[in-house]
Design a protein around this ligand. Sequence first.
Ligand SMILES: Cc1cc2nc3c(=O)[nH]c(=O)nc-3n(C[C@H](O)[C@H](O)[C@H](O)COP(=O)(O)OP(=O)(O)OC[C@H]3O[C@@H](n4cnc5c(N)ncnc54)[C@H](O)[C@@H]3O)c2cc1C
Length: 472
Amino acid sequence: MLRTLLLSALLSIVLLAILTTVDAGQIVNDITQINPIEVDRIVVPKSVTEVRELVQSYRGPISIGGGHFSMGGQTASEHTLHLDMRGLNHVLSFSPEKKTITVEAGITWHMIQETIDPYNLSLKIMQSYSNFTVGGSLSVNAHGRYVGQGPLIGSVKSMKVVLASGELVEASATQRPELFFGCIGGYGGLGVIVEATLDLADNVKMKQIVEHMPVTAYKKYFADKIKSSKTAIFHNADLYPPDYDRLVAITWVETDAPVTIPDRLMPIRNHKWLNQLGYYWLTEVPFGRQLRERVADPIRLHGDVVVWRNFEASRDVSILEPRTRDRSTYVLQEYFVPVQQFDEFVAKMSKIFVRHDANIMNVSIRHAGPDRGSLMDWAREEDFAFVIYYKQGTNEHEKALVGVWTRELIDAALSVGGSYYLPYQLHATEKQFHLAYPRAREFFSLKRQVDPGNKFRNKLWDKYYQQPETKE
Ligand SMILES: Cc1cc2nc3c(=O)[nH]c(=O)nc-3n(C[C@H](O)[C@H](O)[C@H](O)COP(=O)(O)OP(=O)(O)OC[C@H]3O[C@@H](n4cnc5c(N)ncnc54)[C@H](O)[C@@H]3O)c2cc1C
């Protein structure tokens, strides 16, 4: 009897090791390549049972990663067991009639699109690119360019989470709501999201409308033409560096016109030299930016384009990838500003960019409705989001310089009642973090209840959770 027990225990330990260990590397990094973090081991669980066994049996801290597109160490911490969730990537159930889908958390938006596109359905809310995982997107409470929609939480019916105890719980707005509103936007701090049920929308044809204008005209343009539109689906405006006084507004409106691009989805592939050349030109060539409005954009945005919603929603981030990230890298930041404070923030932001000679490639402006109540919500009211794409050096000196202007931008957003986004570099002071996320202490108190041993860690929570929260 004892022999059989011992043998089966030994067998399950060996099995666990064989099933889960796939990566011999010990470094977890993100797309920017400037945040290498040495972890104890990387595992790719293939089932919820495996996740539960790992969480229960591993004595040390655990970190969680999806696509690893967050840019400040949010996916790892030193000496953790790193769960790479991309092995949990299946569709579990799909109801075209109810327009809902239940998926494992490591699946990417693009994989879901491949399943739902033949039924002419589309994701209700997601980011601008399709490479992100559902778990990673829920954990940052992502948003896209959707007109009239707020953050991703607005499309989540329910989800399943593995807690630090190994317990598997279901959470929705009505069932274990504290976990639902804590885990969405919770950056893996409360548990491992293993499944989610999401609302879908119709995949319709959309026509692109392009309008150029001075930045001072945009707030009224958005209120009059876009917000009230019954047909606008996607909208964003690109603010032109280096003067930040003009922008191009791009809106995709529903149409019955025939598509001009018949493809249903964009392929995920490596886009090479043409895009790299374009970004090099923007960031390195004198007057490269000035030529964008007059030369590059008229070519890029030319003609009457009609596409499927899924086509526009299935963009591949590799289109942005530089030839190398050794000496410099492309990075994102994002600020949320109440709609009424648009002009004031643009003026403050532009001054900071100019004063610090920041190498800004683009500022994409989007609109977001308020959050449904997540603890770490970044949109407490109707906001404009400013997504800043820039180039920086990879050495410590350059990182420190970026830290200076980032903190100034955070102050600028806070000064107009706004906030900043957490998936990017961790430059914010603790005070700025708490001002931007006033319910963080509620989140920390929930973490102490469901994860008393601080099992789930990463650089974001190491920085803001470990310190005494009362200190201001
Ligand atoms: C080019 C680019 C464009 C972007 N565009 C947008 C945009 O339009 N809108 C927007 O909102 N954001 C945008 N982002 C940010 C992006 O949405 C986030 O970085 C998102 O987290 C990426 O998903 P991921 O799968 O890579 O998550 P990861 O970076 O792998 O993880 C993000 C966080 O989620 C946690 N996590 C991951 N999986 C799980 C899980 N299963 N359970 C619990 N915790 C988990 C991780 O620990 C980490 O804290 C963009 C980023 C890039 C690089």
